[in-house]
Design a binder for this molecule. Structure first.
Ligand code: SF4
Ligand code: SF4
Length: 176
């Protein structure tokens, strides 16, 4: 069996139906109506961790020192900062990626860069069976290399596919 290490970034996915919100007893966990970003109001948070248990993606982390729940904010201050040039109004992880592998935009705009990428490259949501409808999508790699051999990726399922002449070779059992 071939084994390959893959790096899989997983932050808050800013779900359309976030189970972390209704379980919060204080209203600290909330989803903004204007842009769908899910945030924590630290002034209301009592650190009970209910939201963390409700999140199926493990996207929340309790700050034990401050006793508040933390998670990705989508750099909400940065993306609306009018002092920044428009091209810099993106989350820090998007700006920092040296290869431009991470995209940022409005998935409700069918003509946005992210909507086109999802449509044309088979973007998918994590664990759709939870019906959380994450805003964040993942784009499968068209071709990856496993032990020096190019392996295709089924864009429908995200499963790796061995080339036909390697059909008898031990294959990776890996999904994205
Ligand atoms: S990924 Fe988790 S923390 Fe983020 S909105 Fe969805 S359920 Fe909530
Ligand atoms: S940890 Fe904070 S945000 Fe999470 S459920 Fe408790 S009060 Fe709400």
């Amino acid at each position: 069996m071939l084994v390959q290490t893959i790096h899989f970034p997983k932050s808050c996915l800013h779900c359309e139906e976030p189970p972390c919100v209704p379980v919060c007893p204080t209203g600290a966990s909330y989803k903004r109506a204007e842009d769908g970003i899910v945030l924590v109001d630290y002034d209301k948070c009592i650190g009970c961790s209910y939201c963390s248990w409700a999140c199926p993606y493990g996207a929340r982390e309790l700050d034990a020192e401050r006793k508040v729940m933390t998670k990705c904010t989508l750099c909400v201050d940065r993306i609306y900062d009018e002092l920044l040039p428009p091209q810099d109004r993106k989350p820090a992880y998007v700006k920092a990626c040296p290869t431009g592998a991470r995209l940022f935009g409005d998935i409700k705009d069918a003509n946005s860069e992210v909507s086109k990428a999802i449509r044309e490259r088979g973007g998918y949501q994590l664990m759709p069976e939870w019906e959380t409808q994450p805003a964040n999508h993942y784009l499968p790699r068209a071709v990856v290399s496993v032990s020096g051999r190019d392996v295709g990726m089924d864009v429908e399922t995200g499963h790796l596919q061995m080339p036909a002449d390697d059909a008898d070779a031990p294959g990776p059992v890996m999904e994205t």
